[in-house]
Design a protein. Structure first.
Length: 203
């Protein structure tokens, strides 16, 4: 598991925390994911999972900061703003009191490809990952976490599968890794809950 290791080239302008009033539901749904252990920390101290929301009518978004999975209650000091990405060069520009999540590129490509999406969630869950693998759109086994190959894999799924309407994919090359998105974070979270209920009733 290599979560937390930044693979893009970051251009980070360190600023004070953004006022909480600028966020919509980011902190609320991050807590809900944390309570379900969908975002959290492994025994070795490596955090997992991240969550973002688009800044209204823009190509920019807020995202949980790098290495924040272990923090029980997230606040504005753990939120970064991604202001630009150049995926082909693997470069990312961000600002805020903390560096943007190491999976920011995958969030960025979803916002770029689907203008109606305003919320994206990346969680970890071994049972759900195993259950969904190759049942729902699945990124390639040779596309590791936070890599340009992952970005290319997501674009391919968006173009060639029902991912835009299913709003859910798993990452074969990133064990336990699942992504969901929606017109807002409420919808993205609902997609994860529905998948989890399907798993529970299949047992
Ligand atoms: Zn992950």
């Amino acid at each position: 598991m290599d979560e937390g290791y930044i693979k893009f080239q970051p251009f980070w302008t360190k600023t004070a925390a953004f006022p909480e009033s600028e966020f919509h539901d980011l902190l609320k749904y991050r807590q809900r994911c944390y309570e379900r252990k969908w975002i959290g920390v492994y025994p070795d101290g490596i955090g997992f999972g991240n969550i973002s929301e688009r800044i209204t009518d823009s190509e920019t978004f807020f995202i949980s900061g790098s290495a924040t999975g272990s923090i029980p209650i997230l606040g504005p000091k753990q939120v970064a703003k991604v202001t630009a990405v150049v995926a082909v060069d693997n470069k990312l520009w961000c600002s805020g009191p903390i560096l943007a999540s190491s999976e920011s590129m995958s969030h960025a490509v979803i916002y770029e490809q689907l203008p109606w999406v305003n919320g994206v969630i990346h969680i970890h869950h071994l049972g759900l990952w195993q259950y969904l693998l190759n049942k729902v759109p699945t990124t390639p086994a040779d596309a590791p976490y936070g890599s340009p190959e992952m970005v290319a894999g997501i674009i391919r799924l968006l173009e060639t599968t029902d991912l835009p309407t299913r709003k859910l994919f798993v990452m074969e090359g990133h064990e336990e890794g699942i992504f969901a998105f929606g017109q807002d974070l409420e919808e993205a979270f609902g997609v994860l809950e529905a998948a989890y209920h399907t798993l529970s009733s299949a047992k």
